[in-house]
Design a protein around this ligand. Structure first.
Ligand code: NOJ
Ligand code: MG
Length: 577
């Protein structure tokens, strides 16, 4: 779907919204009763902005909303349909903003609520949708509710908004159960001087909310409306599989040696009760004009269970983490593509394709290892540090470019994580002293964590902070190699990764690939080939040169093709059928 088609809808929506802020949302909802429902998200390309690291306007070393506004024309030129912003709300930043102290307020470090409204207006004016991150599983410990809970007594309504329990042992000196935090150590912290402990599936500074409490539900419905009233086009729902805990909260059966590891399956994840919450949110979103979407961040197993989150009366789409976890192997990619499409088709939801985000090692670094080492050093969430065997940067980049050609040709909705369009690698040699990820801190470095994929972007090769901001400050250090990936350099090179992405997105739109259907075509060993509309995609995931169909017209290739009719290793092409 070419987003400019929707400029008129965007304008109509803008009018409805300005009325809606005067009269409330119900009025706006009634404004266009006969207009067919927009369906922008089924085939969209959604660009993830990690505000801390995108662009810094004031030189404090932390990216901010005015920084994003100043780069909207870059994103427009890239050709994405929508932006997803990771949290920019008031937060002590114990988990880089996924610890929210006020859900309605932009943190001054990122700017003001007016800056957000400007960002929204200017994105809409360019035909780009904006979705924001909603973090409902936990608040910050600095949220007014948690502060009130600590001051109140056990059994009080203030405590009932979180999950407080008496500890075990004679004086409550042991945690209520053995659940580990996803970030390492116990998922419980004791209230000083008391028998009571509170649950935090993530950092100690991220107490879990009690979603059995109607007060919590009512509050989040208001938070949704607050941002919908401002005109956001949807929400990415953080930890969508975690809100409801099995009531008994029984001990986990933990394998030896994995006491610290977060578990995918267990009484805290993927409980049936979460779906009722999303059904109620769906109704709220549907009251608003246009299509407002919800995207589930849900790490569930077995993967079939993901379909439940995207039934027609719940969310619109869910991140496809199986695709993101796929190793560099033709059969593995073919299988995951088939099973992903089959799964989402059962509920008539679009399939999504994701290769990077702010929680996993960047794709060019993950794929810079041999197949056997990918499973060892480059598991998506693990991080790569100075003492880890280093990936092959050139090979990883080459594979990531080929992967982009595969991914952007698949039908459905695709996510691009900022810097992915530059082929940016992970910062793989960051010294420990700079690391800020609670995962690194809580495991005392046993898990390297996610800082390496969160490094501020390089915009200009020869400027301080590589043009991230006006000063040389960056909240995480940038590796020297980032100069070579800077936007200004890549703009000048016709075969740069940035220009490859621009061309891919343009062709994807023109040929409506997001809207299309995939038909596999027979191919050599280690090669995948499929047709989508009038485009044939061929990718060589092996180590030998493969043959291309004779007489094929190459529209785009991830690398120069030195020999006609041949496809080198780790290379992909789009052919005209
Ligand atoms: C998932 C987010 O993507 C991650 O960055 C965060 O640490 C956890 N949820 C906790 O909110
Ligand atoms: Mg700043």
């Amino acid at each position: 779907m070419f987003r400019r088609k929707f400029l008129t809808t965007a304008l109509a929506t803008a009018v409805a919204l300005s009325i809606s802020s005067l009269y409330g949302s119900a009025y706006a909802a009634n404004l266009q009763p006969t207009q067919p429902k927009e369906d922008w998200a089924r085939d969209s390309v959604i660009y993830q902005i990690y505000p801390r690291s995108f662009a810094d306007s004031d030189g404090d070393g932390i990216g901010d909303l005015p920084g994003i506004v100043s780069r909207l024309s870059y994103l427009d030129k890239l050709g994405v349909d929508a932006l997803w912003l990771s949290p920019f709300y008031k937060s002590p930043q114990a988990d880089a903003g996924y610890d929210v102290a006020d859900y309605r307020l932009v943190d001054p470090m990122f700017g003001s609520n007016e800056d957000f409204e400007r960002l929204l207006k200017e994105s809409h004016a360019r035909g780009m949708k904006v979705i924001v991150d909603l973090v409902p599983n936990h608040t910050s410990d600095e949220h007014a509710w948690f502060q009130a809970a600590l001051k109140a007594k056990p059994g009080s309504p203030e405590r009932a908004r979180y999950i407080f329990r008496d500890g075990r042992g004679e004086n409550g000196e042991l945690p209520p159960n053995n659940w580990p935090s996803v970030f390492g150590q116990s998922a419980w912290d004791r209230v000083p001087g008391e028998k009571q402990w509170y649950l935090h599936l993530f950092d100690s500074k991220q107490p879990d909310l009690n979603w059995e409490n109607p007060v919590v539900r009512a509050e989040f419905e208001q938070v949704l409306r607050f941002w919908l009233d401002r005109g956001v086009d949807g929400f990415r729902i953080d930890v969508a599989h975690g809100l409801i805990k099995e009531p008994k909260m029984a001990d986990l059966v933990i394998e030896e040696g994995r006491e610290n590891a977060g578990a995918l399956v267990g009484p805290m994840w993927d409980q049936e009760g979460v779906h009722e919450i999303y059904r109620s949110w769906r109704k709220i979103l549907d009251e608003y004009p246009g299509q407002r979407i919800m995207v589930a961040e849900a790490w569930v197993s077995p993967r079939e269970r993901l379909a439940q989150y995207i039934r027609s009366d719940e969310m619109d789409q869910a991140f496809n983490f199986d695709y993101l976890m796929t190793q560099w192997d033709a059969t593995a990619f073919k299988n995951v593509i088939d099973s992903s499409i089959a799964l989402t088709t059962t509920v008539k939801a679009p399939t999504t394709w994701v290769t990077s985000n702010h929680d996993v090692v960047r794709a060019p670094s993950r794929y810079g290892y041999s197949l056997k080492d990918q499973g060892k050093y480059a598991l998506p969430g693990n991080g790569i540090g100075p003492n880890t065997p280093q990936p092959d940067e050139a090979l990883g980049l080459r594979r990531a470019r080929a992967l982009a050609m595969l991914t952007l040709a698949l039908p459905g909705s695709t996510y691009i994580y900022q810097g992915e369009e530059l082929g940016l690698p992970e910062h793989t040699t960051m010294e420990d002293k700079y690391r800020q990820d609670p995962m690194f801190l809580r495991t005392k470095g046993e898990e390297i964590g996610r800082d390496g994929c969160r490094v501020p972007l390089p915009w200009k090769a020869d400027a301080p902070s590589f043009g991230f901001g006006p000063s040389n400050k960056t909240w995480l250090p940038q590796p020297a190699s980032y100069a070579g990936y800077a936007v200004d350099r890549q703009e000048k090179q016709s075969d740069s990764t940035l220009n490859l992405y621009r061309n891919l997105l343009k062709l994807r739109h023109e040929h409506r690939l997001g809207d299309g259907k995939l038909h596999w075509v027979e191919a050599d060993k280690d090669v995948l080939a499929f047709d989508n509309g009038d485009i044939r995609v061929v990718i060589n995931l092996g180590e030998q040169t493969a043959a291309l169909p004779s007489g094929s017209q190459v529209l785009l290739s991830s690398e120069a093709l030195p020999e006609a009719g041949k496809l080198p290793a780790s290379t992909a092409v789009w052919l005209k059928r």
